[in-house]
Design a protein around this ligand. Structure first.
Ligand SMILES: [Zn+2]
Length: 458
């Protein structure tokens, strides 16, 4: 007789998990691999995880879904992505500032329409799930309607999402500017009141970047963030040298780019800065000291020709400097994919160009537990451990004939993971569980919304 009540949902298969930071303690000490694992789910959370033989007595036999030739891992976390840009991914031929004017600011004007925003939000979340991403930090547009649409769609799917209304009051088309500093503040505050902390949703105060806000708006943004503890602040930092020069000319009194944000109270825990490519040592030190996080967006940095992320300075600096909280991100539509696997492969290439060899465990860490840590969510997501949200990804390790063939010649787990991040994409997503429920199944090519039809895997 089992001393435990029998659980009614569990996933069996090889499992991958991180218990520590591989950049700090080394890959082997940080990583846990269970060749025949069992993850037991109860009320949307992980009740137990470990070896199948050791845990099988706690689960009703018909409650176990078996995923051989797979890898069960925490759902991926995309720490910087613009959902309205889903429809303009892959726009040819320009660098950041021109790209904003030619593509982004044209596209984003459509998101005052609730119907348009709802349609794109739905596609975006479906594509996140198909890529194995269960949480993202999302930029909407200046329109409150764009935030409503994203939060409603995520709420319906029980997804943990962070999002916010973009704040801009200069240097963009008039149709994309806040009517006034006060209106941008008030609209943001109303969205916070309605959505922050509702179900699994969190709000991010979202000034696009320093050049598109007046000093008065940045001042109000700092006050807004301070008035709502627990919310996030997300923006862009030092993506290109041209942008750095622009910031210097717009804010001549500030010591450097990050100092603009610091001056207006926009650094600290839950501040998330996209890119961070062209920084001075003072900026690195303040990022760490303030508890701020950065996001590495490799496919975007390559696509827009923005620059090379400094993995060594961010994550393995020489003492006394300390590592910066860092998450991996797609930055669609500057980025060219919503797949975190492909993003890991791109991160490796960026590392190579900077003479830093990013190991597969470190890349997987940056897309799971490391990303969660950057968002101060490591007690909720990013790991497979009792009490964590049951946001889980089941990867098919043989998702194409070539990968299947290549995997026959892998000798180690690190080899196998590296082949996946180099060669695999959304076709490898076999199933995704959100808060313990099957949210996407490749076999059925079906997305299920809680309360609607729920397919069973084999
Ligand atoms: Zn971005």
């Amino acid at each position: 007789m089992s001393p435990f009540p029998l659980h009614h949902l569990a996933l069996r298969g090889p499992t991958l998990n991180f218990i520590d930071d591989p950049f700090q303690v080394g890959d082997e000490a940080a990583l846990r691999y269970e060749p025949d694992g069992l993850v037991i789910i109860e009320n949307g959370k992980i009740a137990a995880a470990g070896n199948y033989a050791a845990l099988r007595s706690r689960v009703a036999p018909n409650a176990v879904t078996h995923y051989p030739d797979s890898l069960i891992l925490p759902g991926f976390i995309d720490t910087h992505v613009h959902y309205p840009q889903t429809q303009m991914i892959g726009g040819y031929g320009v660098q950041l500032i021109d790209w904003l004017n030619k593509y982004t600011f044209v596209t984003e004007q459509q998101f005052g329409s609730p119907a348009h925003a709802a349609a794109v939000a739905d596609i975006f979340l479906k594509e996140c799930l198909r890529a194995g991403t269960t949480t993202a930090a999302v930029y909407c547009t200046v329109h409150p309607e764009s935030v409503e649409a994203l939060f409603q769609a995520a709420f319906k799917r029980h997804m943990r999402m962070i999002a916010g209304k973009v704040l801009m009051d200069r240097n963009a088309p008039a149709a994309l500017l806040d009517a006034s500093v006060q209106s941008g503040y008030d609209q943001s505050a109303a969205l916070i009141a309605k959505w922050h902390g509702k179900s699994r949703l969190s709000y991010a105060v979202t000034p696009r970047f320093a050049p598109t806000s007046t000093p008065a708006q940045l001042e109000a943004t700092g006050a807004l963030w301070k008035a709502h503890p627990g919310t996030y602040m997300q923006t862009h930092l030092a993506e290109t040298l041209q942008e750095n020069e622009w910031v210097r000319s717009l804010f001549p009194d500030r010591a450097n780019y990050l100092d603009v944000y610091t001056h207006y109270g926009l650094t600290g825990p839950r501040a998330v800065f996209g890119h961070a490519l062209h920084l001075q040592e003072d900026e690195w030190l303040h990022l760490e000291a303030s508890g701020s996080a950065i996001t590495h967006c490799p496919s975007s940095n390559g696509f827009l020709g923005s620059g090379l992320f400094d993995f060594a300075r961010a994550r393995q600096p020489r003492a006394p400097a300390r590592a910066i909280r860092t998450g991996l991100a797609t930055d669609v539509g500057g980025g060219t994919t919503l797949s975190m696997l492909k993003t890991m492969g791109e991160a490796y290439k960026i590392g190579q160009l900077g003479h830093y060899s990013l190991s597969a465990p470190k890349a997987f860490y940056l897309a799971t537990r490391g990303a969660a840590q950057s968002l101060y969510l490591e007690d909720k997501i990013g790991s497979i451990a009792p009490g964590m949200d049951a946001d889980l990804l089941v990867l098919d390790m043989k998702s194409t004939p070539l990968i299947d063939f290549r995997m026959q010649h892998c000798d180690t787990l690190a080899d196998a993971l590296f082949v996946q991040m180099t060669m695999a994409d959304d076709r490898a997503t076999r199933a995704v569980y959100v808060a313990g429920e099957l949210a996407y199944s490749r076999k059925h090519l079906h997305y299920s919304v809680p309360g609607e039809f729920h397919p069973r895997e084999e």
